[in-house]
Structure formats: C-alpha cells, structure tokens
Design a protein around this ligand. Structure first.
Ligand code: 6PG
Length: 467
C-alpha cells in the first residue's frame, strides 16, 4: 500500500509537519534534494513504513497513493514554480499540490489556473504556528477547489491544532483564499507585535519596571482577557537570562526588526482595496525605521531625547492592560475588515466567523479574544466592522480613557507609540459622524474642478471659488 501524503522540503517546518502527519496515523513520504535531511527524517521517524523519505523525485512520486497529495514547504517565490515544473512530468490528473508557504496570493492565482488547465488541483494553504506548531498542531488556512479539499481534509483535520476539540482548519474559499487569509493573519501579527513592544517600552520607561516585573505582569495578563500566544511568549522572553553575561538576553538584542514581506503585502493590498489598516501599516513602517539604526543614533545626538516623567506603577499597569486590549481589538477589526472587502473583490466568499474560529489555536495570533470575535461574526455574519458589535463596543468604551492618557503621555515625553496612537486615531475617525474632509473636497474642487456633493441636496456640484 502506498503512502497517503507527500511532503517536499524537509527543513524544520517540513520535517515537523510530516512527523505530525505520521503521528496521526497517516503514512507519509518526504522528499528533499539534501540527503542529510532525508536521513535525519528517516532516523527521527523510526519506522520507515510509517514515515520515509528520499532525494529521488521518481521514488517519491511512485511511493504515493493516488490521487497524490503533495505538500510543498519550501521558501516562497521562484522555488515554488521550479518544484511544480519538476513535478509536472511525473504526476497525474486529479493529483493535488498544496503550497504550504507564505506565497503571494496573486502568484497562487496564477499557479492555480495554470495547473487547473492540466487537470491538477492546486491549493494555497497558509500554515501558522512556527516549527512547534507544525509538529504539535498548526492552524491551517487552505484555499482552492472545494471538491479536492475533501481528499486532504481528514489529514489536515487530524494534524491541525484543536480548540476545545475543534480542528483549527477549514476550507476557506476558491483560488488564493487560503494564502490571502494567511497574509492578513501575518499583517495582524505585525500589528500585535508592534503594540506589545510599545507597551513594553512604556512599562520600562514610564514605570521603571525591571524585566522580572514585566515578566510577571505579562504572565498575569496571559491569564486574563489578553491571553494570547504573543503575550505568553513576551512573558517568557522577559525572563530569559543572557548566557553570555549578567541580566536578560532581551536587553542585548539589536533593535532592528527584519521582515519577509507578508506584513508589507497586507498593507499594500489594503491600499489597493481602499480599506484602512493603519495599525498594520505603522507596524511595517516601524520595522523600516528600526533598520535605520545608524541614522537614529546620529539623530538622537543631534536632537536629544526628552526625559520620561514617571507614572504611578499600579495605575500604569492598569492603563497598559486596557490600552493593549483596545489596540489588539482595533488591529483584528482592521484585518477582518480587509478580509471582508477582499472576499467581495476576489470572489472568495469568506466566512469571517470561521476564520476567527480557526485562529483560536495553533497560530501566532491565537488569543482568547478570537472566541469573542468568532461569536460576534456568528451572531451577525454581515458585520461590516467588529467595532459595530455591541459587546465589543462596551469593552472598548471602558478602555478608552486609558488609551487616551497613554498616547498623550507618549507624545509629551517623546516615547514613540505609533501603533497605539494609530489605533486610537482609527477609532476616533471611524466613530466620527462628521470628519473635516469636506474641506479637502472644497480644495479639490477649488484647484481642479473635481466637484463635490452637498449634505443638504442631491447632486454633483462645482463652484467658481475665485471671484
Ligand atoms: C506564522 C508566521 C510565519 C512567519 C513569521 C515571520 O504564522 O507561523 O507568520 O509564517 O515566518 O511571521 O515573518 P517575518 O519574517 O515577516 O516577521
């Protein structure tokens, strides 16, 4: 009997994912050009009848049960196309190729239609949860043909993380729906990470808190409504001692954050769709500003830094919890709004409640909050923005004064809190029945005869502004 599942790319993610498949009772076969990686998997898997691997493509293809289910866990970009071209002469109509990487959704669309013409099913399936998630249960976001999904559904449901017994995977929609949802997941991830870093900065600068104190605070928060993977790992990070000297490792890490592009793609595409996601945009910009280390040091010498005034610690802790909750909600709200628009624009037919559900465990943005978000969309699948949900509205109202105080504190003491302030600004603008953009319309009409509408009459108007 052949193997149920094939996996190409036996790096850390691939090796962990295939072992997870095998642990769940499916026979799995891996392929990698590097014989060392093949050997490592064979050794770790133990029983070759359960999990095996090869560096020979033909051996790999013939080992698989038909229709073949072949997952790619290789770096996004040209490599995916190369692997597809290598596979094509050997596979058969009806076989299924699943790209588990962070591929750009437009690339997935191109690949899907190219392969559909050849009778091959192609899936873009976002996989979140890092190496540990791949091994113990990731959140999986598949998109492609609904019928073909049935072939792989039992395997994905078995290997995915479970939230109260429910697998964190679901068929999301046609074409690139899976990669798109994973892209926005990552945009939200960027936003939440930026916000967490700002709160950490406030606690140490305004509250003089030590890493140990912050560790305890994040740990406490992780038992409340802020319970989430990112808050949990922040608590861990803050208590990690530096092996090379006194103190904690976090203080020795260079303050330049790298990026592989998914956050930027989220922002770029949000602009294309005309959906505001400023909490995500600024998180991308902050990684870019962080890269300008040499200039930042010069500029600090030139301009100096204002001295932070101190805040009462107990009060600061309370305000910080509220501000983090507020801005997390706003960031999810923006990402979900983008998904709602993309669903219309690209015909994905996404169910936002289902997406929130499969994000409740396994993925990087998993959080207690997502159970409430899932409920909000289940109560009203057509909810245009999470901020319009009554139960979120009441929590948001309770946190607002803390957010305002902290953003004002940051502004007057020179502590950059762009994620918090963009979240607050988004909220203030979104909840303003009237914005000053009437003036912009007047200016546009003044210099370019671009016309305007009126509040008191129907129609399109133009005025000769200069007498
Ligand atoms: C996940 C992550 C993962 C990605 C990291 C790094 O969901 O498991 O999103 O897919 O590798 O987020 O992304 P950056 O290098 O862009 O920070």
């Amino acid at each position: 009997q052949g193997y149920d599942f094939g996996l190409i790319g036996l790096g850390v993610m691939g090796r962990n994912f295939i072992l997870n498949v095998a642990d769940n009772g499916f026979k799995a076969f891996g392929y990698d050009l590097d014989p060392e990686k093949v050997k490592a998997l064979q050794e770790e898997g133990g029983d070759l009848d359960r999990v095996n691997a090869t560096d020979n493509l033909k051996t790999f293809i013939t080992a698989l049960e038909q229709p073949r289910k072949i997952m790619l866990l290789v770096p996004a970009g040209k490599i995916v196309d190369n692997v597809i071209e290598d596979l094509l002469p050997h596979i058969d109509q009806g076989d299924l190729i699943i790209d588990g990487g962070n591929s750009l959704f437009t690339d997935t669309d191109t690949r899907e239609s190219y392969l559909r013409e050849k009778g091959i099913h192609f899936f873009g399936a976002g996989v979140s949860g890092g190496a540990k998630g791949a091994r113990k249960g990731p959140s999986i976001m598949p998109g492609g043909s609904r019928e073909a999904y049935q072939e792989v559904k039992p395997i994905f449901e078995a290997v995915a993380a479970k939230y109260k017994g429910e697998p964190c995977v679901a068929y999301l929609g046609p074409k690139s729906a899976g990669n798109y949802v994973k892209m926005v997941h990552n945009g939200i991830e960027y936003g939440l990470m930026q916000l967490t870093s700002e709160i950490y900065d406030l606690l140490r600068k305004a509250g003089d808190m030590t890493n140990e104190e912050m560790h305890r605070l994040f740990d406490t928060w992780n038992k409340g409504r802020l319970q989430s993977f990112l808050v949990e790992i922040t608590a861990d990070i803050l208590s990690k001692d530096d092996e090379h000297g006194p103190g904690q490792l976090v203080d020795k890490i260079l303050d330049k954050a790298k990026q592989k592009g998914t956050g930027k793609w989220t922002s770029q595409n949000a602009m294309d769709l005309g959906i505001p996601v400023p909490s995500i945009d600024i998180a991308v910009s902050m990684r870019e500003i962080s890269a300008l280390k040499t200039d930042r040091i010069k500029a600090e010498k030139l301009y100096g830094r204002p001295l932070p005034g101190k805040l009462d610690k107990a009060e600061l802790e309370k305000m910080a919890e509220e501000a983090l909750y507020f801005s997390f909600v706003i960031t999810y709200a923006q990402g979900l709004h983008q998904l709602a628009e993309a669903s219309e624009e690209y015909g994905y037919d996404l169910e936002l409640g289902t997406i929130a559900k499969i994000w409740r465990a396994g993925c990087i943005i998993r959080a207690a909050l997502l159970a409430d978000i899932a409920r909000a969309y289940q109560n009203d699948p057509g909810l245009s923005n999470l901020l319009l949900d009554a139960s979120f509205a009441s929590d948001i109202k309770d946190t607002l004064s803390s957010v305002r105080s902290l953003v004002a504190y940051g502004a007057s003491h020179g502590i950059p809190l762009p994620g918090l302030s963009n979240s607050l600004t988004y909220f203030d603008a979104y909840t303003s029945g009237r914005l000053p953009l009437n003036l912009i319309q007047a200016q546009r009409d003044y210099f370019g005869s671009h016309t305007y509408e009126r509040t008191d009459k129907e129609g399109i108007f133009h005025t000769e502004w200069e007498d």
